[in-house]
Design a protein around this ligand. Sequence first.
Ligand code: G
Ligand code: MN
Length: 231
Amino acid sequence: MNIRFFERMKWENDLRNALEGDEFMLYFQPQIDLNTQMTICAEVLMRWKHPKQGLILPGQFINIAEETGLIIPIGKWVLRTACEQVRAWQNTGHPPMKISVNLSARQFQQPDLVEMITKVLEDTSIKYDCLELEITESVAMENIENTISTMQTLNDKGVRFSIDDFGKGYSSLNYLKRLPIQKLKIDRSFIRDVTTNPDDATIVSAVIAMAHDLRLKVIVEVLKLKNSSNS
Ligand code: G
Ligand code: MN
């Protein structure tokens, strides 16, 4: 119990220092349209360059950031830094790049979420329709009426939404019907063995068919592309 407590305190302290010490960095994972082979968006993924432990993936620290509330300043840093990067690309002549930013439940419940996003986009001169937000089903479940109303406000301005890790949680189809979303991201656990496991293949094709009938785009994560040495 004590060891766990001190472990947590250490992580919390490290997280706090990380934000001040510029130890976080962002990776941009391209989303490619299979029809056109064009990159249509890039998911913004946090990495932590820990001074002692090396590169740490979000799975290891997002939970603690959520529980301690540090996800609020960290999430703001992510959005601002990602938008500044897009601005820098645009300034060198690249066409506007869409980015997809992960939002945690705690961030979504912040009463000033819309104002925060508006301010960052205005400061960096990035249009609303360049921004996509990824939420999980658990975010949607917290307070469905509030969630819908916040999503609608952002939707009206041009921000798009996707449901992340679809299939991993409760997957109530009710959310698909009620939430104003445009993309569905199938959880990687169904994709990993999709070429060898017929059950996974059946589930994935059924979800794709349903999503398309609901006019949603479908995204899957490929760990290694065929005929490519890139991951
Ligand atoms: O390890 P990998 O980069 O694949 O982890 C991806 C997942 O980690 C995302 O789908 C998301 O759930 C979480 N994640 C990554 N970056 C962020 C972030 O900036 N904010 C939040 N809330 N979650 C993130
Ligand atoms: Mn995601």
